[in-house]
Write a protein that binds this ligand. Structure first.
Ligand code: SF4
Ligand code: SF4
Length: 73
């Protein structure tokens, strides 16, 4: 049975993300990691269903690359 989730998920704007990695250790559930795409690295959310929507990663990002948006359901 699929349960409805109300928590927002972080969405990473790759145009703003510098690949600095600061958001990665802020997630206590280890849901964020850096992934290489060509010559660049971006933060990627690996398991959106596990995200609690705590916003720590979004607050931590010094480049405003992470915004919290309603999870698709
Ligand atoms: S802290 Fe921001 S700029 Fe740095 S890797 Fe994470 S999303 Fe990208
Ligand atoms: S909102 Fe919280 S739980 Fe979700 S990815 Fe960011 S730090 Fe992790």
């Amino acid at each position: 049975m699929k349960t409805s989730r109300q928590v927002p998920n972080p969405v990473i704007d790759t145009a703003r993300c510098t690949g600095c990695g600061w958001c990665v250790p802020t997630c206590h559930l280890h849901l964020l990691s850096l992934e290489r795409q060509g010559w660049e690295k971006f933060s990627v959310l690996s398991n959106a269903d596990a995200c609690t929507g705590c916003t720590k990663c979004a607050v931590r990002c010094p480049f405003g690359a992470i915004t919290m948006q309603p999870s698709p359901d």
